[in-house]
Design a protein around this ligand. Structure first.
Ligand SMILES: [Zn+2]
Length: 103
């Protein structure tokens, strides 16, 4: 379908699987969620990769601040803060990818 089925993950070389994913995109203080994105996903490191068409569509949506299409729905999102709490001294730097999922 996408011509890249089974392509190796650029990060760990594990064969990737086609999947439908979602992603969150920040534009300033606004958060947009995009669902039903065709992607290749690595089963090991969970990285997700888009083909050129998908990347272009996401880029266009982002550039126009999602103005050209009506949202499928809107959702409320709980917001938390780590501000005002005691922060432990930094012990070591943590790789962002290990902590935060793409979704
Ligand atoms: Zn991988």
């Amino acid at each position: 379908m996408m011509g890249q089925v089974g392509a190796p993950c650029p990060r760990c070389q594990h064969p990737m699987e086609p999947a439908t994913v979602k992603t969150a995109i920040w534009r300033g203080d606004s958060l947009f969620l995009v669902e039903d994105i065709p992607a290749q996903v690595c089963g090991i490191c969970r990285d997700q990769f888009y083909d050129e068409t998908t990347t272009e569509r996401l880029r266009r949506l982002t550039e126009e601040n999602f103005a050209s299409v009506a949202p499928l729905r809107e959702m409320r999102v709980p917001v938390y803060s780590l501000g005002g709490q005691a922060v432990p001294p930094p012990v070591s730097l943590i790789d962002d990818d290990e902590v935060y999922a793409d979704y």
